[in-house]
Design a protein around this ligand. Structure first.
Ligand SMILES: NC(=O)c1ccc[n+]([C@@H]2O[C@H](COP(=O)([O-])OP(=O)(O)OC[C@H]3O[C@@H](n4cnc5c(N)ncnc54)[C@H](OP(=O)(O)O)[C@@H]3O)[C@@H](O)[C@H]2O)c1
Length: 175
């Protein structure tokens, strides 16, 4: 199973503008269209409870959305069988469960806490990073509060507008 981590970031590496949750207020419409397509093409999508609580999306039989939380009971009323699930599994447990089920791909859509816990366990195969040519100074990076030492290799990049938004893909090099 290929595990993909996807983020949109500013030039100075921020995935939130000054800590505010709504990424759509600053990401380009080209990135938003791209993200929508990636989302639509993904069966299995994983996110943290904060990212879930910050956004709204409708359940769909086309997607199995897994929300990671230490308190799944809190979200009992939001569960939709086969479509929206809340789990307190670790990244390793989650990965193993879906790998055994034969899923070809897992899309991890953040936020930084979830991304870091997957990176720490070396569970990410590719990082799909959109770089918006903006500088925020303050805000969260996609990897936080951990000493990581991960090498990647650029495998794809595309400039998608005049301002220079770059849609990139990096492979994580296994040690
Ligand atoms: N720019 C982008 O592409 C992008 C993408 C996604 C999110 N974001 C932004 O990122 C922000 C949210 O990120 P975040 O890092 O604060 O939260 P997050 O990663 O979405 O969620 C973290 C929460 O998940 C739960 N959790 C369950 N298992 C965990 C584990 N193994 N490791 C860590 N957390 C675990 C914990 O909450 P409980 O146990 O209490 O439920 C934890 O507080 C939002 O502002 C959002 O807009 C940006």
């Amino acid at each position: 199973m290929k595990t993909i981590l996807i983020f949109v970031s500013s030039l100075d590496g921020k995935v939130t503008k000054w800590g505010e949750p709504n990424v759509r207020l600053w990401s380009s419409h080209q990135d938003q269209d791209y993200y929508k397509k990636v989302w639509n093409d993904s069966k299995l999508i994983v996110m943290g409870s904060t990212t879930y609580n910050d956004d709204t999306f409708n359940p769909s039989p086309d997607h199995q959305i897994i929300i990671m939380t230490s308190d799944p009971k809190k979200y009992k009323s939001a569960v939709v069988a086969g479509q929206i699930e809340f789990t307190s599994e670790t990244p390793v447990e989650l990965y193993s469960r879906f790998m055994k089920k034969g899923y070809p791909q897992m899309l991890v859509v953040g936020g930084p806490h979830i991304a870091t816990s997957f990176l720490r366990e070396q569970l990410i195969d590719e990082l799909w990073l959109t770089i918006e040519p903006k500088i925020f100074g303050m805000g969260a990076n996609f990897a936080i509060d951990a000493k990581l030492d991960i090498d990647t290799r650029l495998i794809q990049y595309e400039k998608v507008n005049d301002q220079g938004t770059l849609i990139t893909k990096y492979a994580v090099l296994k040690k």
